[in-house]
Ligand binder design. Sequence first.
Ligand code: GLC
Length: 720
Amino acid sequence: MIVPMSMIDKLTGRMTLAEKLGQLTMTTSSYAVTGPVIAGDSTDSIRNGTLGNLLNLVGAKHVHEMQRIAVEESRLRIPLLIGFDVIHGHRTIFPVPLAEASTFDPKIWELTARESARETAADGIAMTFAPMVDVSRDLRWGRTVEGPGEDPWLAAEIARAKVRGFQGADLASPESVAATAKHFCAYGPVTGGREYASVDISERTLREVHLPAFAAAVRAGTAAIMPAFTDLAGIPLTAHKALLRDYLRGELGFDGVIVSDYNAIRELIQHGVASNVVEAAVLALKAGVDIDMMAGAYRDGLPEALERGLVTMDEVDECVLRVLRLKERLGLFDDPYRRGSRVEAVEVVTARRRVARDVGGKSLVLVKNSNDALPFRADIRRIAVIGPLADAWREMRGPWAAAGYEEPNVSVLAGLRAALPEAQVVHAEGVAISSADTAGIAAAADLLDDGVEVVVLCLGEAAEMSGEASSRAFPELPGEQRALADAVLERAATNDIPVVATLFCGRPLIVPWLAEKADALVVAWFPGTEAGHAIADVLTGRLSPSGRTPITWPRALGQTPLFYGQRNSGRPENPQDRFTSKYLDSANSPLFPFGFGLTYGRFAYTNLRVSAASATVEDTIEVAVDLTNTGAREAEETIFMFVRDRVASVARPLLELKGVTKIALKPGETGTARLQLAAADLRFLGLDLKPVFEPGEVEILVGPHADPARLTTARVMLQG
Ligand code: GLC
């Protein structure tokens, strides 16, 4: 049967080489700077067809003007693909991704992506460079903030939900945008936690930890994928034929667009695998990279590569077809102005801010609450809010706030004053976030001498201390914040005033001393536009905290990388035996384990049971556990289901997360939490790195977080 040539095929057949390479090129407008500022293009490039894609252009008016030039003034009238880094919100900024991961709620992840897509599309943009799904187990790495935390199962769940949220049911909808799962792959384990540094991990770790999220994104239908800047064992991902062509396109069947990271193709020269732009362009094209972001390498290098027979026109056309097909799927040929043609109603934006507030509150992780310092008493009348993050509304949106930089955010101080109009809320900054000036500490401590009933100590990082190009070798409180904290904690102890420390950060910080001395400690990450209201909701008890940390908090930097899914080793830690796996100067245990977080309730777990004592690979195991809220307040508990395979052909991790569920209970109430475990999910990569289902006993462990001492265990016998 002769398949009629599609419009796309016909169009490609009419294109000059310059126009083809234009469709494989994306350069930046000047709206935002998200990488080294390289001379961009002009509108002439759009007019003459040598530029087919843009990034960092925001605002329907500007976008429509560029589209008009493309579809009315260029020869072939091909619409532009315009992308932007909408990582956790566009103008309404939601909590940073690491904070959203703390909710362990796929409905939230999808909802905020859906709302972000609507707001982005309303600005005329058709593509986001998100979700970022790089697993990170090294708190020195700044981009930990942008991702899903340390766990591959969680990363895959987030990838799936975010792709669904961004792309919706119809990619051509004026409220949908193309998702770009990034950064493929294994960017997180950069050497020394240092940004952009080389990565060298085992094939097993690559496949067990760093690929599952991308496989999930592809299964969810992600329109695009962005390779990482880094090399993996000496092969830069931008030129990694085995992973881009054989794994992504071959094994996973990904037929979407691969867009390089910013200037990454030209940086193959820096990597040392290309001596000039021609060789760089050939490597990227052969690996299957379709769009060259910001390097101009395809335009500069491919004409000579074609002349010298280093690449074929068919290889170029294959990429052009994928780009044009994405534009067609986005509905850009039908109506290039569909996104941004309607201004969002005020009530839509207002409702979105309510979502930001609700998600902000649910992303907070209460990691200490001694003597029930929280929530505040209803009749509280005098609060001191101290610290450099107390009135720092600009910091609340975190490091990838894209178009949100123009929108006012709610600070902690403003949120508390709004929530407690009857109370006196006094404030002192004490110190700046990262200066050496300690002159303000005394005055801050003196606030505690005047009838204050509780201190909210707002400490942490500036937004730009995490995110891209923000690795830290000393991931502690910057500047003189510890001196401020010590002075305030000392005065509070003298005056018997509880101290609630609130930590704003894009990564776990090394703060064992703060965890010890503060009466309560809230990990707020960066909660976004509605930060102050979200925090006030939790501190006042309007909302019971339910967040759980998606990444382990070490006691000491020297423990890094520290994550719950370690293997046992042949000499597991035994405090009584020197010759076992431990440190001379630190416990092995974390400050806070993966999944840790308190609520305003108290939950007792009893009666764990499974639906069968044995299972074959086709079976699904029903898991149930009873919980009772023995606390005095209603609260929502997050329940984790891990598995452990103590004896297998390959040493398996001590715990592997396989499911999460939640249950809300009133004081004294008992309920049953239920989870399902498909026995097929107990397959693992055997000695040959191929999936294997091995007969034998598997433990199913259920509890509030990844501390084995807090888990109850059931056993199932797997049958071949
Ligand atoms: C940046 C980031 C990438 C982002 C791109 C465009 O350098 O690595 O995540 O999407 O450039 O801004």
